[in-house]
Design a protein around this ligand. Sequence first.
Ligand SMILES: [Ca+2]
Ligand SMILES: [Ca+2]
Length: 219
Amino acid sequence: MLATVTPANATNKDVIWTSSNPAVATVVNGNISAKSVGTATITAKTRIGGFTATTAVTVTAEPAHGELANHDFEDGLNGWTILSGDAFTAQDVTTANDWGWGGPFNQNGAKHLWGAQSGNDSQTGAMRSEQFVLGGNGQINLLVGGGNNYYDLYVALVRASDGKELFKATGLDQESYTRIYWDASDYIGTECYIKIVDNATGSWGHINIDDVNVPTVAP
Ligand SMILES: [Ca+2]
Ligand SMILES: [Ca+2]
């Protein structure tokens, strides 16, 4: 939400943001966060003069949905299929919290897929999830770590009908995890799968993945 203070040359444009119901929605500097189902009124008030503007916010429940089988690697690579190569094997699923000379990974749960756990950066390969129909609100999030190489080292949401990679993410040249968010709502109802690719062979030639949260339509 943006508050516009007029006239444009007003000397003090400081705005105080408040929510009538912080249990439903909070607001910090105009950025609204949903907390629970309900309604709230967001008010912007100028620090000088006390002029106010308000907007109503309605937070609705997330639609019911299923989830990707073994989306968090707590069950090894069950539910995932190795397509090629040896970069990804069941031996790369680990409970390690650090990588030996630093840490933590900040994985979700106990286990995660650490591309460098077994073997080395010269290994290449690809693996994929089960096929699913994207459901719910189409919002996907996942944890990614490892090398930064958008073309050769990435995780993708792939459309099953033509293999088109709809969204891609790579690492940040950090072993620890960063959460990635994809708004895939344009593809609700589309058959898709998650693909993880390692064609990278040099330094930082591995990718780490965990907690692939995909809202799916129950089969
Ligand atoms: Ca996990
Ligand atoms: Ca590699």
